[in-house]
Design a protein around this ligand. Sequence first.
Ligand code: NAP
Length: 261
Amino acid sequence: MSINIKGKIAIVTGASRGIGEGIAKVFSTEGATVICAARSTVDGDRVVKSINQNGGSAIFIQADIRLEADCKRLINTVVEKYGRLDIMCHNAGIYPDELMEDMSIETWDDTINTNLRSCFLLTKPCVKVMRAQKSGRILFTSSITGPNVAQARLAAYSSSKGGINAFIKAASLELAKDGITVNAVSPGNIVTESMMKLYGEDGAKEIAKIVPAGKLGDTADIGYAMVYLASDQAKFVTGQAIVVDGGQILPEDPDSFLRNE
Ligand code: NAP
């Protein structure tokens, strides 16, 4: 039996560009109907158009995942339209790059609200629907930054992603009996426009040197890990964060993977 998500109804947040666009496209290739969510209608429509032109089935729903009303509306609209919700993949996130001493409380709160509080706001309306179905997949894009490694200038971001990894454990315990799993994928450095803006071409080349795979990841690398977690075959995997980072968090010292060369 091949691993796929044929016929599943899947929401992907932050699907207007970057990793979310990659996840939405891989979900479509693997047979799901995809509901793309983000704030930008222009970008969301572009992704949906591209999926539909390639033989997939996608719609865009505009939503700001910091707002409870938008999160409820997103989930309820999907259930009303399709009669079920199989996969809720919350990927949207921001990574403001600032020293703690310069960061405003507004930026801190916005990062926690966008990346972490939204996990609760989106999971809550899914629970009733998925419990009634006796099945469901709740997925998050976490990060190696925070849970596994640390970076200066990313305290708020790291805290939000550490929070996601704690949230999936508690949520998975509450939902396991009803066939609902809650998992995350923790990307290493993945090429997206926002990430390239943060590091620049030269910065990205420097980072590639500390990745044993010798390069940064692409958005489909995250998409395929999500497909596995979203599939029926992953029914016994819950409360886990799968690291997809080309080996970046493994080296004991900077030379440990260069000695082979
Ligand atoms: P990106 O290109 O900037 O994409 C972020 C997405 O989130 C966009 O679609 C954006 O759409 C959406 N978004 C942001 N705020 C939102 C809000 N309030 N409501 C709804 N949607 C919102 O970033 P990315 O690099 O693809 O990162 C995506 C996720 O992967 C994030 O959770 C990030 O932390 C995680 N991650 C990325 C990397 C990496 O190397 N790229 C590594 C580890 C983890 P709108 O602006 O249109 O709303």
